[in-house]
Write a protein that binds this ligand. Sequence first.
Ligand code: URA
Ligand code: SF4
Length: 201
Amino acid sequence: NTGAARFLPDDRDLGSLRTAAADCRGCDLYREAIQTVFGEGPSKARFMLVGEQPGDQEDRRGEPFVGPAGRVLDRALEEAGIDRDQVYVTNAVKHFSFTLKGKRRIHQKPTNAEIDACRPWVEAELAVIRPEVVVVMGATAARSLLGKDFRVTKQRGQAVPLGEAVAVATIHPSAVLRAPDRDEAYAGLLEDLRVAAGISG
Ligand code: URA
Ligand code: SF4
């Protein structure tokens, strides 16, 4: 387990990456999860959204952001005037990490080692799509793409360079669901998405 790099195909497009990622064993997360949840969306997307890792429902369905957090995200995108069909949506870590509580699979934050192991996939997605704007949602995605010193709480909602793209960090949609004041948390997410929407012409 030395990370995803050795599983990347030489010839890279979204199709070849997705196929190769299905067999990734770059860290131990593939052992317990059902499947790799690769990113989804048009290869010419100007917007790329990066979350943490698939949740229980995403792991079952094989698609990112189709569970409760996805519903928060869909609503916020719509309110920010961003068409989800035009957005490439992915995660920093491509397998679901969880602990069992009885029969329930409880989401577990990926470790730094897992984030590092999986980074080659999200970097390859970035290189293929070459988006204009990258929305980085939550601390895991921020660590993966913006480095370990980036603080979402302090630097959210600001345009920061990310290669040839502009990144805007925000909270994770799941954090809205856990927040003591959901409306306030949601309003913050929406505000940051509006910043992102304003960057792309
Ligand atoms: N949370 C994430 O970070 N990603 C998903 O795909 C679903 C929930
Ligand atoms: Fe590979 Fe990422 Fe899955 Fe680990 S989480 S096995 S690095 S795809």
